[in-house]
Design a protein around this ligand. Structure first.
Ligand code: ADP
Ligand code: MG
Length: 265
């Protein structure tokens, strides 16, 4: 058996990633129960590198659970299903888990910044603690990222001193600081005042254009049409439609999808 790295695949940390043709994120027969309740039903998905996959669906359809299982914030049922990142099965614990989790960043609805750390510290903490970066190097990179998302002047402030839109842009910078292979966004603009939604979406569009692999749960249909390569429509824990945005918005197939679009558009 020849190691993957022998044919041009790249290694990140000690996690060897598969051939470039390998889907970056792959779910095979993934089920997830909470007690008796089944939140995910036999999910099969392959997200190639560079794809922006929009996840849509009514409340309670399993969108957050899907993101959380990909990032291993939730376990999946132990019934043969699996999740692979770069061709590697997700480890269940230990250093391997921390490393693989670092490969897939997550941005939540409620920005989840560390309230008692400055903006700069929020962005440098992970790289220093998890990736073992030197403080000066972490700060240099963090400032670059804060510049990129337009909040560099706020670097010395505390999260509460920033607007919601600014905090969410910091959360994106913090996720990027870990140099992830992919980013998951779970309704990143849902908790924002309307006038702050666009500044966050602009950063996401920019990332999409730069080729970042993204899974985005959102109700922002303008963003979905503009930046999305694919729409995954979920209802009751199952994927009902998986198609390109134009087809989904102009010709949804399932009644549930038609009903959903009727309510949201
Ligand atoms: P969505 O993000 O699409 O609104 P979720 O993934 O949050 O949906 O939830 C899907 C279903 O799973 C919901 O019915 C929710 O109540 C249930 N659920 C989610 N997390 C838990 C949990 N930790 N314990 C029990 N039920 C849960
Ligand atoms: Mg949700």
């Amino acid at each position: 058996h020849t190691p993957d790295t022998a044919h041009g695949a790249h290694a990140v940390g000690t996690v060897a990633f598969g051939a470039p043709s390998e889907a970056l994120i792959r779910l095979e027969h993934v089920n997830k129960h909470f007690g008796e309740f089944q939140a995910l039903k036999d999910i099969d998905l392959a997200i190639p590198r560079g794809q922006v996959a929009i996840v849509l669906g009514p409340s309670g359809s399993g969108k957050s659970t899907l993101c959380r299982t990909i990032n291993r914030l939730e376990t999946i049922d132990d019934d043969g299903g699996r999740i692979l990142i770069g061709g590697q099965p997700l480890p269940t614990e230990g250093k391997g888990l921390a490393r693989l989790r670092a490969e897939v960043g997550m941005v939540f609805q409620s920005f989840n910044l560390f309230a008692h750390k400055s903006i700069l510290e929020n962005v440098t903490l992970g790289p220093i603690r998890v990736k073992g970066k030197k403080k000066a190097e972490a700060e240099r990179h963090a400032m670059e990222l804060l510049e990129r998302v337009g909040v560099a002047p706020q670097a010395k402030k505390m999260p509460a001193q920033l607007s919601g839109g600014q905090q969410q842009r910091v959360a994106i910078a913090r996720a990027l600081a870990m140099e992830p292979q992919a980013l998951l966004f779970d309704e990143p603009t849902s908790a924002l005042d309307p006038e702050m939604v666009q500044e966050v979406l602009d950063v996401m569009v920019q990332l999409a254009q730069e080729g970042m692999t993204m899974v985005v749960v959102t109700h922002e249909m303008g963003f979905a049409r503009k930046a999305g390569d694919r729409v995954i429509f979920m209802a009751d824990g199952a994927v009902l439609e998986d198609t390109d945005p134009e087809s989904f918005f102009t010709a949804p197939q399932h009644e549930r999808a038609k009903d959903f679009l009727g309510k949201i558009l």
